[in-house]
Structures are given as C-alpha cells and as structure tokens.
Design a protein around this ligand. Sequence first.
Ligand SMILES: [Zn+2]
Length: 260
Amino acid sequence: MEELADLQNMSAVFLSVMLGIGEDRWVWEPDDSAVFSVKSLKRTLQLNRFANLGNDFVWNNWILIKMNFLAWRLSLDRVPMLVALARRNVNTGQIRCSFCGVYDEDADHLFVGCDVAQCVWNFVSQWCRISSIFAFRIKDILDWHKYVKGCGKWRKLVYAIMQVALWVVWRSRNDVIFNSKEVSIDRILNEIKHLAFLWISNRSNLRGITWEEWSVQKKANKRQHGVVNEYSEIENKYPSIENHGEKSNLELEVREAKAN
Ligand SMILES: [Zn+2]
C-alpha cells in the first residue's frame, strides 16, 4: 500500500511539471534573480530557522541567539521557573521570587509583576520614550513591540532592547540564586543599556553608533516618530542612569567589541 501511495504521489508531481522549450538549467528558487549566492542561502536559512516555532514568536537578528531563545522559551512557558520545577517534583528548597521574596516565582511574576520588573519596564519605556508599558503577563511584554508607534526599524529596536531586558533580568535572577549576589536595580538598568548598545551597535544597521549617540539616540527617535513622552517619577528615581560613569566590565566589553 505504501509503494502505491508513493507511486501516486510521484505521478502527481510529474503531472504538475510543465516542460518548456530550450535547454535545461538550474534555478535557485529562494531568490527572485534565480541565481544562487551564499548571501541568499544565508538569508533563506535565517528565515527558515525559526519559521515554525509553534507560536507567533518574532525572531530578532539584532541581538544574540541566546537572548532570542530565552524570549522564545518564555513564549512557550518552557523556562524552568521555581514554581514549575516544584510542580515537577524538583526540590529547589524554595519557590519564592529571588528578587522580592514575597511572591512565588513564575514567569509572569519575575518578568512582569515583580517590583524589579516594574522598574525595568518603567526604565525601558522612559528611556525609549515610548508610552508606558502596562503588562500583566509575559506574553504582553513579548508582543509589546508590535504596537509601538513608529516605523518597522524603530519597533525592531524597541523589541531588541526589551529582549535584552528580559535576558538581563533572567541573568540577574540566576546571579542571586547561584552566585549569592545582591539584586541591584541600578546594575540591572545599566547592564540593559550597555548590552543593548553592544549588540545593536554591532549587528543592526545602527552599526558605528557611539556610546554618546546611543545615550541620546532614543530621544532623536522620539522626535522623529512623534512618540508621546509620558514623563513619570522613574527619571527622578534613577537620575544617574544617563551618565552613570561606572566603569563596569560591560563597558570594557563594549570597547573591545568595537575595537575588533
Ligand atoms: Zn518578586
């Protein structure tokens, strides 16, 4: 029966073939020019690599794969949060949020509801000069970029920064659990700004942008796209963010990346 089905499939394929006049030739279908190139192959691989992710997750090539993977796994609820581990009988000794210690740690709390997450999203919205980020679930955060006012590139930039923010929150949470580090809002916000600069300035079409330009870039974008500036107390709360002056390892990382 299987052979018969194969034969029928093969017949169907041949029947759909239209033979033209002229010599046979190879055609590279993924490109409009029909000519093969490594660039076209790379683009096709990148497009197809995450084409079927099982949900409507949007891949962002301006940041690292591991940052995309974290966001993707969050979209599928596949990140090993303490509550989920406890449900699977993995005993970690505690299920409370590593930042606040008040609520149980699930993705919606750690990345959205926790005071630390609230500070992060306040900072991102103020720094990017986009309207305030009101989210209830992690999905709201992952979809936020789709509704940001402005052109596609601007939305992609905001999305990249938000994905970097998720990654920094996750890394900070792991630092608290595995390296017994104290949580520091100031350090988290600075890391978001530095890491976003590091990757976006090296991977996007903003290549070559300087740190000074980066620090004011979003103001320019705000003017360009006419995004409403909703001023809140966060700028008073963290007045030192724009010119922090701290020579962190990340800053060295940025310099090294730019020098190479
Ligand atoms: Zn918390």
